[in-house]
Design a protein around this ligand. Structure first.
Ligand code: MN
Length: 201
């Protein structure tokens, strides 16, 4: 099997005060671990055990809800943890900055569009920055779906993701999802997002 549960790239309290330690611990060790365990149980002994996540997602409409929800949850949280860093925040530079300016007009406009996608996603889901044929787009998905899934009308490779499930923010921000979304910008790992852009453009 080629799937493994990733280490969190920093300590639970590393993103304080923007992301609180208790939420990070529960989110990583219970939620993310739970998606991984259930995904592994669902694919064990099946053809999916030998496929890549990308292959599974590209045909997700033919898979069970268990594969879709838990495979998505496994993949999506990997992007989320890497989208943040204790040394994050600020603005991107270099070719990612150029690509953002070209796709959205300015960093501020991109930030507004991404924040809006996160704040207005009804119920549980995700906001994404994706790249498709060199072009950046903002999109959002419900539940644990993602833009690699053939169930989505907007497809592309996620290079930055924000979890807007209540489990991601309720302990610290309660019902104030916009405050959580605003706090995310203080910890965005532009080094990761830039590297993913370069790999996938
Ligand atoms: Mn989550």
């Amino acid at each position: 099997m080629s799937f493994s549960f990733p280490e969190l790239p920093y300590s639970y309290d590393a993103l304080e005060p923007h992301m609180d330690a208790q939420t990070m611990e529960l989110h990583y060790s219970k939620h993310h671990q739970g998606y991984f365990n259930k995904f592994m149980a669902a694919i064990e002994g099946t053809d999916n055990a030998n496929k890549s996540l990308e292959d599974i997602f590209s045909n997700i409409t033919n898979e069970s809800a268990g594969i879709r929800n838990n495979g998505g949850g496994y993949y999506n949280h990997r992007i989320f943890w890497n989208s943040m860093s204790p040394n994050g925040g600020g603005e991107p530079t270099g070719e990612l900055a150029d690509a953002i300016n070209s796709a959205f007009g300015s960093f501020e406009k991109f930030k507004e569009e991404f924040s809006n996608a996160a704040k207005t996603r009804f119920g549980s889901g995700w906001a994404w920055l994706i790249v498709e044929n060199g072009t950046l787009k903002v999109t959002s998905t419900a539940n644990q779906d993602n833009p690699l899934m053939n169930s989505e009308s907007t497809n592309g490779t996620p290079i930055m993701g924000l979890d807007v499930w209540e489990h991601a923010y309720y302990l610290k921000y309660q019902n104030r999802r916009p405050d959580y979304v605003n706090a995310f910008w203080n910890v965005v790992n532009w080094d990761f997002v830039s590297a993913e852009y370069s790999k996938n453009k």
